[in-house]
Design a protein around this ligand. Structure first.
Ligand SMILES: [Cu+2]
Length: 738
């Protein structure tokens, strides 16, 4: 039933009809191959066209035909242009406060109290915590409660002007479908989110090494007291699965699908009114201080719907401090003296002034006229939406396409849930914790000044994808540097001054910015303005077309966050000369090369929604993946003994795409890039000397990392963090064995 595309109607919008056939099975290999080959044969998407677009890969005609099908979908794949935010940089940057823990007396009254016993880890009573805090000599965990909630969220308070892709005024609608003439300024309706405690982003847990945290996540997504329209994305069964990215966490608390499909829930996630206790021991791998990290985030990881759940708001923040010797405890008068003034709250939490998380997220708002059409529409998901259909009643709310050709990018850039915010800063140093919480967008940030200020891209004559970001600073000039102090893997050995840095999905970068002076030494003055500016042009989820590293476009300078210099303030912080050593590589690491595990990611054509493959296979949640044949002539299963270390190679086999490849569990260290030893550093990748949990794979690149498998046993995953790729099978299971 899967092998004949001709039986299925390809509508004029390019969607593939099917009725009730399970996901991942709508189209099978033959169908895709046939459709693609047909297109190639007719010359419509022939080899010269593909070559010109850089889409011909080592996979030959097979990949080309899959690509051609993708291009067929893409060609007819329409996205709305979001209404223009008329008054940007007026809404204040929201800075989350630390979440308060539960009172222990109240926790003792819970019907099911958290604890180390059998069945105490989740509502099914079928799991226990692999290690409890006392097993490692740590105190009992601090308990938090986080409920998954349906809630409204506003990205801006500004009036907006509905526009077309050509930048012309457009009609708009309200919730009743009433039509407003082109040129009418509107206020945006709130979007519906599924948020941790109903907020986006957030909440934020300020954690500390040595003090375990247990979070009881409770699903309340079936409760919708405000009667909010859920639209047509988010996991259709309202389930969730929370992953603390990238905590050193036992599988049952890791929220990964390889675990959840086989143990615990034994399905994709936790359903409404179900709960699970995720125990975060705040314990470095191997008990080694050099393995400490600084900034986690938690997000949904529900199989097949991670992108839609994250896009719908399931993003939380989890900075982690290190109180040992006062090294990095949020107090700039001791230890490393990184910027931060700590205030301990009565409820047991603490907040740190001048230490600010910046979660970057792009979204796209419905124009009310773009057809909602997706391969999911044939799956019986979201029947109430009656798709394919236009949804004028959703005008101004977040628009999502689950199965975009390359990945999903928005055209409005937000920071901490607010579009184009402003932050008044004191004339002193700050620590910023950057997180890319976007589905697929990569950013390249610089600090710029501009005497003319932001101009809307429409007023500058841009159209189409060039409107992404909405505003530009045509006269923007770099005026300050970032001092990078941490990556995904925690503190760097030494701070690195950066003119700019890339931020890939799920990655974290921490920087110090000194707002008391410009890079040329001139002091700043009250009222002066600096823009955090994105210079990477990324029109779709595939990769950039222009960036600092590749074909810079000097005209693409999109201001994302406006800093306004305020009053002087006391500053006891320092830029440290030395921070933390990375764990040593064994001298003989090269002897591991022959037996390394190899994972090649590629755009593939198994069929249906399985578009993104690893070692030629779609994600199988019940199995550990198998390595490609390594130089020793073996293709081992991705299983590692507890306490072992190994080299893993990640290869980008696809040619025209980039992939942020995330490996759960332990941080790694990059040792080879494109067959070159980079253990002594690589100028093009200044972070390679640090530890990371995500490999930024450029087109055609091979990266070999050294990593450990300590302290826990059980199933984990590795996957692409372009969430459209992840949700379409670019994931593999692996396991730590006793
Ligand atoms: Cu990818």
């Amino acid at each position: 039933m899967f092998d004949d595309l001709s039986d299925r109607e390809v509508t004029d919008e390019g969607a593939l009809d099917s009725d009730g056939v399970s996901r991942r099975a709508v189209l099978r290999l033959g169908a895709v191959g046939a459709a693609g080959a047909g297109l190639v044969a007719t010359g419509q998407f022939g080899a010269p066209y593909l070559a010109q677009k850089g889409l011909l890969s080592t996979d030959g005609a097979f990949a080309a035909s899959a690509t051609a099908l993708g291009d067929l979908l893409f060609y007819q794949e329409k996205f709305p242009t979001s209404p223009l935010i008329l008054y940007p940089f007026i809404d204040e940057l929201p800075i989350p406060k630390a979440l308060a823990p539960e009172k222990m007396l109240e926790v003792a009254d819970w019907a099911y109290t958290p604890g180390p016993g059998d069945g105490q880890q989740n509502i099914m009573r079928n799991e226990r915590h692999q290690l409890w805090s006392s097993d490692i000599g740590y105190p009992d965990p601090i308990v938090y409660k986080i409920e998954l909630k349906v809630a409204p969220h506003s990205f801006t308070s500004s009036d907006v002007l509905p526009i077309t892709a050509l930048g012309q005024p457009a009609v708009s609608f309200d919730a009743t479908g009433k039509r407003y003439a082109a040129g009418t300024k509107r206020t945006l309706p709130p979007s519906t989110i599924y948020g941790f405690n109903g907020v986006f982003p957030g909440p934020m847990i300020n954690a500390e090494y040595g003090k375990p945290v247990l979070v009881r996540f409770i699903n309340r997504l079936d409760e919708n007291e405000l009667g909010l329209d859920r639209q047509d994305f988010g996991s259709p069964d309202w389930s969730f699965l929370t992953h603390l990215h990238n905590g050193h966490t036992a599988p049952e608390s890791d929220g990964n699908p390889h675990y959840s499909m086989n143990y615990g829930p034994q399905r994709e996630g936790y359903l409404p009114q179900e709960w699970v206790d995720n125990l975060y021991l705040n314990w470095p791998a191997g008990g080694d201080d050099r393995e400490k990290q600084t900034f986690f985030w938690f997000h949904d990881h529900r199989m097949d719907h991670t992108g839609s759940n994250v896009y719908k708001g399931m993003v939380g923040l989890y900075p982690i401090y290190d109180p040992k010797d006062g090294m990095d405890m949020g107090d700039e008068t001791q230890g490393l003296r990184l910027p931060g003034v700590r205030k301990d709250n009565e409820d047991g939490s603490f907040d740190v002034e001048y230490d600010v998380p910046l979660a970057i997220f792009d979204c796209r708002l419905d124009d009310g006229v773009t057809l909602h059409q997706d391969i999911h529409d044939g799956m019986g998901e979201f029947p109430a939406a009656k798709n394919p259909a236009r949804h004028p009643e959703w005008w101004g709310k977040t628009f999502f396409k689950h199965f975009p050709n390359h990945g999903f990018v928005g055209d409005i850039f937000t920071v901490n849930g607010t579009a184009y915010p402003v932050m008044e800063v004191k004339r002193r140093k700050y620590r910023f914790r950057f997180l890319d919480a976007s589905v697929a967008r990569i950013y390249d940030f610089q600090l710029m000044s501009s005497s003319q200020g932001p101009k809307s891209s429409v007023s500058l004559g841009y159209t189409g994808n060039e409107l992404q970001g909405q505003y530009r600073i045509p006269d923007g000039q770099q005026c300050m540097k970032f001092i990078e102090v941490a990556t995904d893997g925690g503190l760097l050995p030494v701070p690195i001054p950066r003119d700019n840095f890339e931020l890939w999905p799920a990655k974290r970068r921490e920087v110090i910015v000194d707002f008391s002076r410009y890079q040329d030494g001139t002091p700043t003055a009250k009222g002066e303005v600096i823009y955090l500016t994105n210079t990477m042009k990324m029109p779709d989820g595939r990769m950039w077309t222009n960036s600092a590293r590749f074909l810079p476009d000097p005209n693409y300078k999109v201001p994302v966050l406006k800093f306004v210099i305020g009053e002087d303030a006391e500053d006891n912080s320092e830029i440290p000369t030395y921070m933390r050593a990375v764990p040593p590589l064994p001298g003989n690491w090269k002897t591991l090369m022959n037996n390394r595990l190899i994972f090649e990611v590629q755009r593939g054509s198994v069929g249906g929604e399985v578009e993104w493959l690893i070692n030629g296979k779609e994600f199988d949640p019940h199995e550990s993946a198998r390595s490609k044949m390594n130089p020793a002539g073996l293709a081992p299963l991705a299983r590692q003994k507890k306490g072992s270390f190994n080299l893993w190679e990640l290869r980008n086999g696809g040619g025209g795409w980039v992939h942020p490849m995330h490996l759960h569990m332990e941080e790694h260290r990059t040792v080879m890039r494109n067959r070159r030893d980079v253990t002594q550093g690589d100028p093009a990748h200044p972070d390679d000397g640090a530890r990371e949990d995500l490999v930024a794979l450029d087109p055609g690149e091979s990266v070999i990392v050294y990593r450990g498998f300590r302290d826990f046993i059980g199933p984990y995953v590795g996957h692409c963090h372009n969430l459209a790729h992840e949700d379409h099978a670019m994931m593999f299971g692996w396991e730590i064995t006793p």
